[in-house]
Write a protein that binds this ligand. Sequence first.
Ligand SMILES: [Zn+2]
Ligand SMILES: [Zn+2]
Length: 209
Amino acid sequence: MSTGLRRFREPRPSPAPVAGERCEMCAEPIDARHGHVVNVESRALLCACRSCYLLFTVPGAAQGRFLAVPDRYLYAPDFMLSAAEWDELQIPVRMAFFFHNSALGRTVAFYPSPAGATESELPLPTWDRVMAANPGLADAAPDVEALLVDRRPGGFVCHLVPIDACYELVGLVRSRWKGFDGGQEVWQAIDAFFEELRARSREVRAGHG
Ligand SMILES: [Zn+2]
Ligand SMILES: [Zn+2]
């Protein structure tokens, strides 16, 4: 049999669902690329099929208990944050994410660590000052969008991202961190994560005018 013909007879690699991956709302099988829904009370992130995802893009669906995570990626190269403000935020690693938790009625801060997403107590006056300097990033949707800040040698970089992107970074750090400083492999993976984020983001201005 010619290899050309054989190619037609072989089943095509389909974007088949990864074994066991199912919509966590209706149990429909889903493929690796799927949307997520946040349970606002428990903070759980649920994998969702297209129909369930779309259902929860409607404001007020399920009395607002579940919210679909949007697909908006912004990058603000002019993000303003001073080293002194970063110290006040008391983040022990080079990156952290901030989002408005509507169940608590305030902004919360988390950073990725070998133990998973770790909360850092956020001094709200400091955060209010940071947001006043960056009004272009003030419209992040509560619960489902976050500001992801990364400290680089040249200054701070900020992305506005869907909350599931933050948990992807958390998973990456948790699964690849080794020893005291994480090891080379995890930091290469973190750099690659931010490069990919940058590439898919639309550039916006964070500051005034
Ligand atoms: Zn579903
Ligand atoms: Zn998922």
